[in-house]
Structure formats: C-alpha cells, structure tokens
Ligand binder design. Structure first.
Ligand code: ASP
Length: 330
C-alpha cells in the first residue's frame, strides 16, 4: 500500500463562513472525515502546517515546506499539499526550484468551494491529488479539475470557474477519465539528481508596463535596495525607447549589476525580444529575456536565483537554463 503524506495549509478547501467571510478553519483530521476513510486505498498520514488564506502565504513558508518535504521524502511515496488557490501557482513554482528533481510526486491542490459545500470540487480535487501522489512520477505538480499540471507551468486563470488553473505553454501532465489517471508525458529531467536549495531573496519587484509609465521607478527601486526587477512588457516583450525611455534605465541598472528581466504581459505563447526594435534594444541594453515562463515562475526563479548569487552574470546564466522544465526556448 502506498504511503502518502497530506499537509494542510488552508485555503477555501478547508474554509467555513466566519464573521469576516470565508476563513480556513478545518484541521486535516476534519478534512479526512469529509473525504471518507474508505475513499482511497493508500495509507494517508496527515499534518497541519497552517490554516491560512493563501494571500497570507510568504516565501518563508515555501522554505519551511520544502525543508519539511525534504525530511520525509525518503519515507513517503508521495506528498499532497492542500493550499489556497490564489497563490498556489507561486508555491508550486517555488517548490519546483527549491526541491529540484524530487524522486516522488509532490502534488498541490485546493478548491473553488469548501469541503462539504453543495457542488464542492474539494473532495474530487483531493482524490485526484492523492491518485497522482501515488503514481510514482517524481516532480512538483498541481491537481485541479481532473487535470494534472506541472507545478512550474501552472497559473490561476479564473476566479470562479472550476477550471481555475491552466498549464501555460506546456502540455498537461495527465488527465482523469473513466479509466482513471492517464499520464501524457514522462518528464525528461535535465538532471536526475534530487537537491534541496531553499535560499532566496524577496527583494524583487515586478513592473507591469502601461503607456506613459515613468521609468524613474527604476531609480526608486535601486535606491531602496531591490536586487532584481521583472518588467512585464508589451506583446512579445517591448518597452518604450523614445519619450519615457525604459531602455536607458535598463542599461543603467544592468551596468550597475542589477538583473533586469523582461517578458510579456500576455499570458500565452511567450515573449521574444529578437523580433521588434522595442525588444532588440532591451537585449542590447542588458535586459534578460524570460521566454515563455509564467509570471509565477519568473518571480520565484528570480527570488531563488538571488538566494544562490547576487551577480547579474550568474542570474543571466541561470535564466538561460531550463532548470526544472519551467521554460522552453523558441
Ligand atoms: N482566498 C482563497 C485562498 O487562496 C481562495 C481559494 O483557496 O480558492 O486561500
């Protein structure tokens, strides 16, 4: 019988109405009561990490969760992490960098409705997560709405619908049908060696461009000790270079040793800085392209990289590598 550890962090999944709206309250014991003991043929061990709306999850939680999972990885066949959906994709992405090439499945799930609510997707998502956690396929995954997605490729794309998550610029890892879990791809790991590396920096900023945005924000961020900036540019990744010139600021910041990443505000199909003058000038000025990564993967990879090195050249090199299938180069 497979041994699975289920770690509860909260979210809608375990929420009940309270004086301030929905609040995570159920313990993992109560969660198990709702799931029904006979619903899976695995040995399920439970652990309560916290009971938080995922808006309150912080990078230090990613670090502690990774260390905890690292401690039990030799003892369990898989881990299920119950998590609020709002920041689930960030956690899935950061766990992918902190726990590289895990030998067992680590599966995050949550729900759009609390356990026990009429029409709730919670039990279903959890059972799918347990099934994936029993699959023997190592990696960090998200189970939601009967799909299995690679953690570092997942984004929350809908606020209310049951298909809240999508795998962005990458195929689903698996789907459930009447025959059970159908795994679509075997991961071609860049390295077969499991490693835990939990250092990070949270001194980063994300700038979502809009027409007319003042580039002096760069100086502000630098003066306040920020260590890396991600610019979500227009379309394939362009930024203005005439009035309100961002490229000059990218050059100045890069020459000062600050890594400046540039990608697209568009969720799908990635960025490519080689096509337009508005992109090529970014490359000439030292901007680092993020290709087709999700915003969650860029943010967490930047935080993680800055935990390993502060050197811009090293960050550039790490962003030119596909560490955990988070990026493909067009
Ligand atoms: N606000 C909730 C959370 O992220 C939403 C959810 O879990 O679906 O914790």
């Amino acid at each position: 019988m497979k041994k699975i550890l289920m770690i509860n962090t909260g979210g809608t999944f375990s929420s009940r109405p309270g004086p301030h709206g929905l609040t995570p309250q159920m313990s993992s014991e109560e969660i198990l009561g709702h799931l029904g003991k006979g619903s899976t043929d695995v040995q399920l061990d439970l652990e309560d990490y916290c009971s938080l709306d995922s808006a309150n999850i912080r990078p230090e939680d990613w670090c502690r969760l990774s260390l905890r999972i690292g401690e039990v990885i030799a003892v369990y066949d898989g881990v299920v992490l119950i998590h609020g959906t709002d920041t689930l994709a960030y956690t899935a992405s950061m766990l992918s960098f902190m726990l590289q090439n895990p030998p067992i499945p680590i599966v995050l799930t949550g729900s759009q409705l609390p356990l026990g609510a009429p029409m709730s997707d919670a039990a279903d998502n959890c059972l799918c997560a347990i099934e994936m956690a029993s699959s023997g396929m190592g990696g960090v995954f998200v189970a939601f709405n009967r799909k299995i997605m690679l953690g570092c490729r997942t984004s929350k794309v809908r606020t209310i619908s049951f298909n809240a998550f999508e795998s962005i610029n990458y195929p689903n890892v698996g789907e459930f049908n009447a025959f059970g879990l159908q795994l679509n791809i075997r991961h071609d790991f860049v390295s077969p060696f499991f490693r835990i590396q939990t250092d990070y920096s949270d001194r980063i900023a994300v700038l979502k461009l809009f027409p007319g945005m003042d580039p002096d924000i760069f100086r502000f961020l630098q003066e306040h000790g920020y260590e890396g900036i991600y610019i979500e540019g227009f379309g394939l990744g362009g930024v203005p270079f005439l009035k309100g010139d961002f490229t000059a600021e990218i050059r100045r910041a890069s020459e000062a040793g600050l890594p400046i990443l540039v990608g697209s505000q568009c969720r799908y199909e990635g960025s490519n800085l080689r096509i337009y003058e508005t992109g090529q000038r970014i490359l000439e000025c030292g901007g680092i392209p993020v290709h087709n990564m999700t915003q969650e993967a860029v943010v967490t990879k930047l935080m993680w990289c800055l935990g390993q090195t502060k050197k811009r050249e090293d960050i550039l090199r790490l962003f030119q590598q596909n560490l955990v299938q988070e990026v493909s180069f067009l």
